[in-house]
Design a binder for this molecule. Structure first.
Ligand SMILES: NC(=O)c1ccc[n+]([C@@H]2O[C@H](COP(=O)([O-])OP(=O)(O)OC[C@H]3O[C@@H](n4cnc5c(N)ncnc54)[C@H](OP(=O)(O)O)[C@@H]3O)[C@@H](O)[C@H]2O)c1
Length: 323
């Protein structure tokens, strides 16, 4: 399993991105639909307590915002003080150390968990003992391959397995690459008008983490999603060059995309990732073992509305690309 020394992201990006994402998204409203609007329960919170891990991150932050906007009671696991929506309870703990989470599980009915942390089985056992009823696990598009030779696929597969074996009710979310990975380009955009990025010929139906958050919120608050595995995509299949062109339009600059060679991509990733993760991403996107190009109906099916497209995401986060 991944330890805290291994990047928590997919693929490499700076944590700055989650912070910027949070700032830019604070005003966004995420609405949980009524039962008659999209298969979800009507609520302004029904008194159940939901435990959200990764609460300062792109995905976990989106889950917190979606639940808070729906009036749910949220207990958020953070590592330090965090700027979370009003009314969200903050507790500190380490995902790699189940014992640090155990004291925070009392009264919790549902939990949002990230994949790949040490001692997940122990964490899940503690949840069972505390009476947690259901778990929504953030997995990835890589998990369905079942490829245990790929380090990134493996930690998601093992996490799904641990959740399945826990006896708790579960929902697995398997999203494509996040739109927030685009924040990786900020340093290049500050330095000039050229974005050099890997895998230039690979189409990805990149997804807004807020849509992952909306699906997670639905699954956390309703038994209707138990036992379901949701592959999640955004609404359009884009090349990196398409994202650069969209950003150029949004920020009003003439930006140019240049594809890195696979050797250059490997060398750059190696600066910030362990070799097995570099191999994993090269396998996914240079060798083509992972296909994230398909646009899937799942976000609409679960939430009753279409996922946000890249242009809308870029407009919502334009500040991050212009300052
Ligand atoms: N990015 C993608 O394209 C993508 C695509 C598919 C699946 N995924 C999956 O989604 C996961 C989350 O992505 P993200 O973009 O939301 O990541 P992120 O923004 O880096 O967020 C990670 C969160 O986990 C917290 N965290 C990290 N280590 C922890 C620990 N030991 N104990 C407690 N909390 C810890 C971080 O807290 P701090 O604020 O304290 O650092 C942060 O809140 C990825 O790890 C990956 O498995 C990502």
């Amino acid at each position: 399993m991944r330890s805290s020394t291994v990047p928590a992201t997919w693929p490499k990006y700076s944590h700055h991105s989650a912070v910027e994402n949070r700032k830019a998204s604070r005003s966004a409203t995420v609405r949980i639909l009524r039962a008659d609007e999209g298969g979800l329960r009507s609520r302004r919170g029904d008194g159940q307590l939901i435990f959200v891990t990764g609460a300062t991150g792109n995905a976990g932050g989106a889950v917190v915002r979606a639940l808070a906007a729906a009036g749910e009671s949220v207990r958020a696991l953070v590592r330090g003080g965090a700027d979370l929506p009003a009314g969200v309870e903050q507790v500190t703990g380490d995902l790699n150390r189940a014992g640090t989470m155990r004291p925070h599980l009392e009264g919790v009915q549902a939990a949002f968990l990230l994949s790949g942390y040490d001692g997940l089985a122990e964490t899940l056992a503690a949840m069972g003992e505390a009476g947690v009823r259901r778990v929504v696990l953030l997995s990835s598009s890589a998990a369905p391959s079942g490829d245990m030779t790929n380090a990134v696929a493996r930690y998601h597969i093992l996490s799904e397995r641990a959740v399945r074996e826990s006896g708790l009710a579960w929902t697995f979310l398997q999203p494509d690459s996040f739109m927030t990975n685009t924040f990786q380009w900020i340093p290049q955009l500050r330095a000039g008008d050229v974005v050099r990025a890997p895998f230039g010929d690979v189409r990805v139906a990149t997804i807004d983490p807020d849509d992952v958050g909306a699906v997670a919120a639905a699954a956390l608050t309703s038994s209707a999603h138990e036992g379901r595995t949701y592959r999640l995509s955004g609404p359009e299949s884009l090349l990196a060059a398409d994202r650069v062109a969209t950003l150029a339009r949004v920020v009003g600059r003439e930006l140019r995309f240049e594809a890195q060679s696979d050797d250059e991509a490997r060398a750059e990733m190696s600066e910030s990732m362990p070799p097995e993760y570099v191999d994993a991403f090269m396998s996914f996107f240079a060798d083509g073992t992972l296909d994230e190009s398909e646009v899937l109906p799942t976000v609409r099916e679960v939430t009753g509305r279409d996922p946000r497209n890249f242009e809308a995401w870029a407009r919502a986060h334009a500040d991050a690309f212009t300052t």
